[in-house]
Design a protein around this ligand. Structure first.
Ligand SMILES: [Zn+2]
Length: 391
C-alpha cells in the first residue's frame, strides 16, 4: 500500500509505503512497484492511536458492547490498539480470561488489544496472593471502576508488582468518601497511591485524572522522580459543570484549566478515552460513563490544538507515542520505517458534527451528540490493513 500526498503532524509532506504489515519507507514522490495507492489528498497522517483505558464489556455485558463492535468503534476513531479494563462479568482476574479476550480481538482483526487483570480477586478488595502466580505476559493490573480501599492491601499489591515488573493502574476513588464528595475521594486516593508508589518504587499509572488537586499532586511527584505516569480523558478536557453521570465526574472550569496547563507543561503522559458503553436503559438507571473511542481525536484536536494552541505533534505524543511506550509496544506509536503499519488519516480542515445515531459502538451514551468538532478520522490502517475508511 502506498499512501500518497499526506502531511505528517509537523507539516512535512510525505508518502508512506506499507508492506507486509510494516512501514517500509517515508519520503516524497515514492514510486514502488504496483501497490494499492491511497490518495491522502493533503490530509494529515498520524500514527494509529493507542487507548490506555477502554471497556469492551466482554464477557458478561455484551449487550452494551462486544469485541467486534468495540473494535469497530476503535477503528472508526483512529485507534489501532486498546488496553481493556477488567470490570467484566466475571471480573477478569486470571491470565486465562485475559488471553481469551485477546484471542478474540485478534480474530476480529480490527484493533490490537491488551486485557488487564484485576488487582484483587473478583474485586473482593483483599485477595492479592494470586498476583504472585500471574504469568510474565500480564503486565498491567487495575481495579478500574473502583479503588482498592484498604491501604494495606494496596501496599501488598505494590510489593508484589515490584517483584514481578507489573504496572498498577489506579482508578483513584475512596469509596467511603465518594458518595458525599467525589473530589475529596479522588484527591485522597491519588495521594495515597503516589506515596505507595514512591515507597515501593513500583510503576504506577493514574487513570482519568480530573481534579486540579490530583494533577498537581502527580506533577509534584513526577518532579521529584516518582515512577508515575498519568492520563486524562477528552471529556474531562472538554466539559465542565455538566450534569452527565461519569466517574470521575465532570469537574469545574478551574479543573479543566489545570489539566490543560499540565498538558502544556508536559506532566500528562497520555489521553485515554475511558470508552464506557451503556445501554439506554442502564444509562437511565444511573450507570456512569460514556462512549469515547469515536470522538476522542476530534475533541482533543478542537480543544487542545485549535482552542489552546497545542502543537499537533504534542497531541500525537499524547494519543500515540506515549501510550504505546507506557504499554511497552516497541513498534507502535510512531510513523517510522520498521514500525508496525498502524496509521490514521485525519481531515483537519472541515468541521463535522457528532451524531450518536451513526456511531459504530453498540451503545449511544455520549454527551457529545450534536457537538461540532474539527479533526475527522478518514482512514485507519492497522497492521497494514484498512480497518476504517471514510474518505
Ligand atoms: Zn475508572
Amino acid at each position: 500500500m502506498l499512501i500518497k500526498n499526506a502531511f505528517l503532524s509537523d507539516g512535512t509532506p510525505a508518502d508512506v509505503w506499507v508492506y507486509e504489515g510494516s512501514i517500509r519507507a517515508i519520503g516524497q514522490n515514492l514510486t514502488i512497484g504496483d501497490p494499492e495507492v491511497i490518495d491522502a489528498a493533503g490530509r494529515t497522517l498520524l500514527p494509529g492511536f493507542v487507548d490506555l483505558h477502554c471497556h469492551w464489556r466482554t464477557p458478561g455485558f455484551e449487550y452494551k458492547e462486544d469485541i467486534a463492535t468495540g473494535s469497530r468503534a476503535a477503528a472508526a476513531g483512529g485507534y489501532t490498539f486498546v488496553n481493556l479494563m477488567p470490570n467484566t462479568k466475571p471480573v477478569c482476574s486470571s491470565a486465562e480470561q485475559a488471553r481469551a479476550v485477546m484471542d478474540k480481538a485478534r480474530e476480529v482483526g480490527l484493533c490490537g488489544a491488551n486485557q488487564t487483570v484485576s488487582i484483587t480477586e473478583n474485586f473482593d478488595g483483599h485477595s492479592v496472593a494470586r498476583l504472585l502466580e500471574l504469568p510474565d505476559d500480564i503486565k498491567f493490573i487495575t481495579e478500574d471502576g473502583k479503588g482498592v480501599q484498604s491501604s494495606e492491601v494496596m501496599a501488598r499489591a505494590f510489593a508484589i508488582c515490584r517483584e514481578k515488573g507489573i504496572t498498577l493502574m489506579s482508578h483513584a476513588e475512596d469509596m467511603d468518601i465518594s458518595p458525599w464528595d467525589y473530589r475529596l475521594a479522588e484527591n485522597i486516593e491519588t495521594v495515597r497511591n503516589l506515596h505507595l508508589c514512591e515507597y515501593y518504587g513500583t510503576r504506577l499509572h493514574m487513570c482519568h485524572v480530573s481534579t486540579k488537586e490530583a494533577i498537581l499532586a502527580i506533577s509534584e511527584a513526577k518532579a521529584r522522580g516518582v515512577n508515575v505516569t498519568c492520563e486524562v480523558t477528552p471529556h474531562h478536557l472538554w466539559f465542565h459543570d455538566l450534569d452527565y453521570k461519569v466517574n470521575p465526574p465532570i469537574r469545574a472550569a478551574e479543573d479543566v484549566a489545570a489539566l490543560v496547563q499540565a498538558i502544556k507543561s508536559g506532566y500528562v503522559d497520555a489521553i485515554a478515552t475511558d470508552h464506557a458503553p451503556h445501554s439506554a436503559e442502564d444509562k437511565a438507571n444511573g450507570m456512569a460513563g460514556m462512549v469515547g473511542s469515536e470522538t476522542a481525536f476530534g475533541v482533543c484536536y478542537t480543544k487542545l490544538c485549535l482552542q489552546e494552541g497545542l502543537p499537533l505533534p504534542l497531541l500525537e505524543n499524547l494519543m500515540s507515542r506515549m501510550p504505546a511506550a507506557i504499554l511497552g509496544l516497541e513498534k507502535k506509536g510512531e510513523i517510522r520505517p520498521g514500525f508496525d503499519a498502524d496509521l490514521v488519516l485525519v481531515d483537519l480542515e472541515h468541521p463535522w458534527t457528532v451524531d450518536a445515531a451513526n456511531l459504530h459502538s453498540k451503545s449511544r451514551n455520549t454527551p457529545f451528540d450534536g457537538v461540532q468538532l474539527y479533526g475527522r478520522v478518514c482512514l485507519t490502517v492497522c497492521g497494514g490493513k484498512v480497518t476504517h475508511r471514510d474518505l
